[in-house]
Structure formats: structure tokens, C-alpha cells
Design a protein around this ligand. Structure first.
Ligand SMILES: [Zn+2]
Length: 413
């Protein structure tokens, strides 16, 4: 018995909802999100032993479902879809469903993930016609015993590592003399990151990354790539892979965290990678950010980019030195124009900072949980100031701070 199934549907007409679609262009496949089917009006309802998730759709699509354990989830895969659903709607829970979320997963695929607080199985996954030529996605789950759930998990076919290569890695072109910088806006697609009110971390950091790219490119001195330039999910290992394949000289990951307990904690923090965290808060944050793949329903086993060996250790140590130099530079320049956290320079085991040969830092722009920070993070004026400070730090790193140990850098590759 195969639990995952495909349910084709046809005959539904499309219409005016496309007009609502965002103008964001999906990179790489040349399609714009305005061509995707539109999903609106997500609803989660419980009735007895059953929980039903519904969404209105603008046209027929195929959906497949899979059940996975640890954490227990139901995954609904579908073609690229433009979700016009408030991010906060994803926080609703009902019965044994503790949460659900949705978003672009790869260039051609979208995904809904339903988190289970107790075992359940899929009894219905279909798109049915409704009046006006639209469709309605219906996912119906029933409470199950642990054994029933395990049987459904066992019957789910192994998924290929399809999440990889959403953006083909770009190697450094021959004769390229500019420094290569990879900007990594955190989260994206199905993984919204921190969500406060109707603002999600994934859009705040994307806006920042796009602006930073423009500013760095304007100098004419850098080749700047992004791990994502639209609202899509990119696995952590792939972010690292893009930087390594590009022969990046610098990798800058952008985030904006939230703390549920402390609304008064504010300011920007710069992190470097390290096996040992400088403090408990840094460790907690790294653990949270490292969950990104799991949030998107990716198996941990799909991440296998580990490098070993003595030479690699040496390269790593050197890379860490450069990362630390750049991080100090960043704290100094950022501190001159925006509010910093009281301990602004810290380290922890962020997986996204694990490239052995690319100096990498992660900037937490501020805390979305602080109303003050949230307001700033959303303001173009603040963004302009912070982007300028980061650009100055980048320039300082390549022209001055890095110079005394620059010789060693040449041995890196
Ligand atoms: Zn984050």
C-alpha cells in the first residue's frame, strides 16, 4: 500500500485572482509568481476525531501527501503556488494539529506542512470544484493509533533530495578579479522564520539583502550573489554550497530573531560560527536557526555536506580568523549607525556558517519581538543606514583589516 497519492483534477477554469499575485519573480526558471495558481482563505477545522484543512484555489492542481515521523508531520506537495494567506493564519491549531505552514519549496514546487501533536493519518487529499470555477483544496486527517501512524509512515515512499539545486550554483568566471560576496537572506518560502503580527522574518531579511546587494554592486568592486532573491525555501546546506561553488570571499547571512519572553531585548548582533557557543542565548538561537530544514519538512539525512581532514581543519581555522576580523569590523561600523545588542559579538554552531573555506558571519538585525525593533526593521530609512554600515564594513575588510594576514588567504584555495 502506498500512502502517498496523486490526485489529478481538471476542468476548473482560471480567472481574475491572478491579478492579486505578487510581482516577485521566481529566479532561475523564468516564471513569475503571477503565473502560479493562487491559494487563499486557509481554514483549519476540527470535528470529532477529524481535522480538516481547506484552502481556496484559483485553478486545478495535483497534490500528493506523505506522512513522516520525528517530528510527526503530514506533508502536502503541490506545484508552485502563490499563497495569498496571512502569515499569522499559519499559527492556528485545532485538535491534534499543532500548527501548519506553507510556501514555495523549490522553483517548481510548493508545500504545506501540518504538524501533529498526536498520531493521525490522511483520509482525504483532494481539490474539488466549487462555484465560480475555482477549486477547494481539502486535506482531511483522522486521529490514529501510533501503530496506524507508523504504518502510514512506512508506506510513504522515500523522498528524493529534490530540494537541492533550486538555484544552480554559479562558479567564479575565469578572469573575474572582483571579490565575490554571497548574501544569504535567511528562511524563505515554507519557512517564514520569526513571525510577529503580520510581519515575517523572511520578508524583512529579503528586503535587507536585496538592498545590500544593490549597494555593494554600485561600488563596481564586487561580484554579488544571493542564496535567494525571492520568497523561496533554500536548505541550509545549499546556502553553504552556493557560497563554496561561487568561490565566495565572504558570506553574509541575514536574520531577525524574536524572543517570546523578552520584548525589551533589542539591537543588532553579529555571530560567527563555532562549535562552542559563547553563551546560552547564542546556543539557543543557533539551535533555532538550524531547525530551518526540519521546519520545511526536509529529512536530516538529506544534509550530508561534511568535510574532514587535516588540511580542511587548517583551512577552517584560517577561515575562522577572517570571519572574526570581518565580524569585529561589522560590529564597529554597525554600532556607529544602529542600536546594537548589549553583547553584540558572539559565536555559536550555526550550520549556515560551516563553510570551511569561506569567511562567514550571520547578522541578526534586531528582534522582531521588540515593538521598537520591529518598527525599525520595517523602515526604509533604518534599512538604508544599516545597509550602508554593512557595506562600509565590507570595504574595510577587503581594503584594510584583512591585509595583514592577506598572504595566508591566498593559500586558501
Ligand atoms: Zn532567522
Amino acid at each position: 500500500m502506498r500512502f502517498a497519492r496523486t490526485l489529478p483534477l481538471a476542468g476548473l477554469a482560471l480567472c481574475a485572482w491572478l491579478g492579486l499575485a505578487g510581482a516577485v519573480t521566481a529566479q532561475g526558471n523564468g516564471r513569475s509568481q503571477s503565473e502560479f495558481p493562487v491559494a487563499t482563505d486557509a481554514r483549519l477545522e476540527q470535528s470529532g476525531e477529524t481535522v480538516r484543512l481547506t484552502m481556496a484555489l484559483s485553478r486545478p492542481i495535483e497534490v500528493t501527501t506523505a506522512v513522516i515521523a520525528g517530528p510527526d508531520r503530514v506533508i502536502v506537495d503541490m506545484p508552485s503556488t502563490n499563497f495569498q494567506v496571512q502569515p499569522t493564519a499559519a499559527r492556528k491549531s485545532a485538535g491534534f494539529v499543532s500548527a501548519f505552514r506553507f510556501g514555495l519549496f523549490t522553483a517548481d514546487k510548493a508545500r504545506i506542512i501540518i504538524d501533529l501533536a498526536q498520531p493521525a493519518v490522511v483520509v482525504k487529499a483532494e481539490v474539488r470544484p466549487v462555484r465560480g470555477g475555482f477549486g477547494e483544496l481539502v486535506i482531511e486527517l483522522r486521529k490514529a493509533t501510533r501503530a496506524e501512524f507508523q504504518a502510514a509512515v512506512a508506506a510513504t515512499p522515500a523522498r528524493d533530495p529534490e530540494a537541492t539545486a533550486a538555484i544552480p550554483p554559479q562558479a567564479k568566471p575565469a578572469g573575474e578579479t572582483r571579490q565575490t560576496i554571497v548574501i544569504d537572506p535567511g528562511h524563505g518560502g515554507i519557512d517564514p522564520g520569526a513571525v510577529v503580527a503580520s510581519i515575517s522574518e523572511k520578508s524583512v531579511v529579503l528586503a535587507f539583502g536585496v538592498r545590500l546587494k544593490e549597494q555593494l554592486e554600485a561600488s563596481g568592486r564586487y561580484r554579488v550573489l544571493m542564496t535567494r532573491d525571492d520568497d523561496r525555501f533554500v536548505p541550509l546546506a545549499e546556502r553553504v554550497g552556493i557560497a563554496r561553488a561561487a568561490g565566495a570571499d565572504l558570506f553574509i547571512s541575514i536574520h531577525a530573531d524574536s524572543l517570546t519572553q523578552a520584548q525589551d531585548v533589542r539591537g543588532a548582533t553579529v555571530y560567527t560560527g563555532s562549535e562552542r557557543a559563547t553563551d546560552a542565548e547564542a546556543a539557543r538561537l543557533a539551535a533555532k536557526e538550524n531547525q530551518a530544514d526540519a521546519v520545511a519538512g526536509l529529512d536530516a539525512s538529506e544534509d550530508t555536506q561534511d568535510v574532514a581532514g587535516i588540511l580542511m581543519d587548517l583551512a577552517k581555522r584560517e577561515t575562522r580568523t577572517f570571519s572574526a576580523v570581518f565580524a569585529r569590523n561589522l560590529v564597529e561600523k554597525l554600532g556607529g549607525s544602529v542600536k546594537m545588542h548589549k553583547v553584540p559579538l558572539r559565536s555559536a554552531g550555526f550550520r549556515v556558517l560551516s563553510a570551511p573555506d569561506v569567511p562567514s558571519v550571520l547578522i541578526e538585525l534586531g528582534y522582531m519581538s521588540s515593538p521598537k525593533d520591529a518598527e525599525l526593521l520595517n523602515s526604509a530609512e533604518w534599512r538604508g543606514k544599516a545597509v550602508a554600515a554593512v557595506a562600509t564594513a565590507v570595504e574595510g575588510y577587503f581594503t584594510g583589516a584583512r591585509a595583514p594576514i592577506g598572504k595566508a588567504a591566498e593559500n586558501r584555495r
